[in-house]
Write a protein of this length. Structure first.
Length: 348
């Protein structure tokens, strides 16, 4: 890889965009800036954060979407979703990270509107989504080099997404699980090059089957390219049944995200975070619900799941299982601030 192409402006340019972003190393707790849909903020101003939730989704395959995207009324989406967001704001949430992928319903204008209406800090993404059997990938990811793909991601960070002026706060990738396909390797390499240039963290959806294999193949590529695992989030890590793999990834420095919290999975999620705390690795864990989902094309957005289970069930349950207020703050305040902080986490 000709990393020099990207290091020319590299992290310094990202810092300029984020107005004095921290130059602290990867061990810094909560240092630096975070890019929201309304601009950069200090990472320590994120407050209580839900690191993986969704507002809107469009599951049309790319080819179908490119020909005739299913229309939706932004006013209706805002009206439907707003009560769910104000509910968590009133419960204490301050930052809402929406990793809805490119070509899967990402709508920066809508997110900025909802951020302005609620006062919540909201983050959106750049990147590509190869999960769901590659159905949401544009044709250019197959023909372009990782350097060329990275230039697309970097342009969104530098200039904004489309004509919105909204900049991404993370790089979101999607993988089906199991062995990485060639195109999956390509977008991962592009994401690493983008991190070197922008300082954005990579969030990697790893699928429901073969999650561990996908995750550790990705970590091998990060190691080859000399990027610290602390710049990578293992999204949907709860799909990996072997908790030893969660521990191993965290020991390497990666973020392990248990984001599928539901009422029926409450006991499992409590077990997962308790195991990580017992291993001394709670400071590498993120917890969220993967909830919401106004489904484009369904009346009223379909069956939308609220974002309040963390507050109403998870936190009371972990408290009852011996978690301190500091443990809870580590999960929902300290860890997201560290994970999403814009900073260079390479081993150059």
């Amino acid at each position: 890889m000709k990393r020099r192409l990207f290091l020319k402006g590299s992290i310094g340019a990202a810092v300029a965009l984020c107005a004095d972003a921290s130059t602290a190393g990867s061990g810094s707790r909560g240092a630096g800036k975070v890019m929201t849909v309304r601009g950069s903020i200090d990472a320590h101003d994120m407050g209580f954060t839900l690191p993986h939730e969704h507002i809107i989704a469009n599951f049309q395959p790319y080819e179908e979407w490119a020909r005739a995207p299913v229309p939706y009324d932004e006013d209706e989406v805002a009206r439907v979703v707003l009560p769910y967001l104000t509910r968590i704001r009133d419960l204490g949430c301050r930052t809402f990270i929406d990793p809805t992928a490119t070509f899967l319903g990402r709508d920066p204008h809508l997110l900025r509107r909802l951020s302005e209406q609620t006062g919540l800090h909201i983050l959106t993404v750049t990147g590509n989504y190869a999960a769901d059997h590659l159905r949401h990938l544009p044709p250019w990811v197959y023909s372009e080099s990782p350097e060329a793909i990275a230039r697309r991601y970097i342009a969104e960070f530098r200039h904004g997404i489309g004509g919105t002026g909204v900049r991404p706060g993370l790089i979101k990738l999607g993988f089906d699980g199991g062995a990485l396909a060639k195109v999956e390797q390509s977008i991962l390499r592009a994401a690493v090059l983008t991190h070197f240039d922008t300082g954005l963290v990579i969030g990697a959806h790893t699928g429901s089957q073969g999650a561990g294999q996908s995750a550790f193949e990705q970590l091998a590529i990060l190691d080859e390219m000399k990027m610290e695992p602390s710049a990578w989030i293992w999204i949907h890590a709860h799909n990996e049944p072997d908790s030893a793999r969660h521990v191993e990834a965290a020991k390497r420095g990666a973020w392990v995200e248990f984001d599928g919290l539901r009422e029926e999975s409450l006991d499992r999620h409590v077990e997962l975070v308790t195991n990580m705390r017992g291993a001394g690795l709670l400071d590498h864990v993120l917890v969220s619900q993967d909830a919401g989902w106004y489904h484009v094309g369904q009346p009223g957005g379909g069956n939308i799941r609220g974002y309040d289970l963390v507050f109403t069930r998870f936190i009371p349950t972990v408290r009852a299982n011996g978690f301190s207020e500091q443990d809870i703050s580590t999960l929902f305040v300290d860890n997201p601030a560290r994970a999403f902080s814009i900073r260079d986490r390479s081993r150059r």
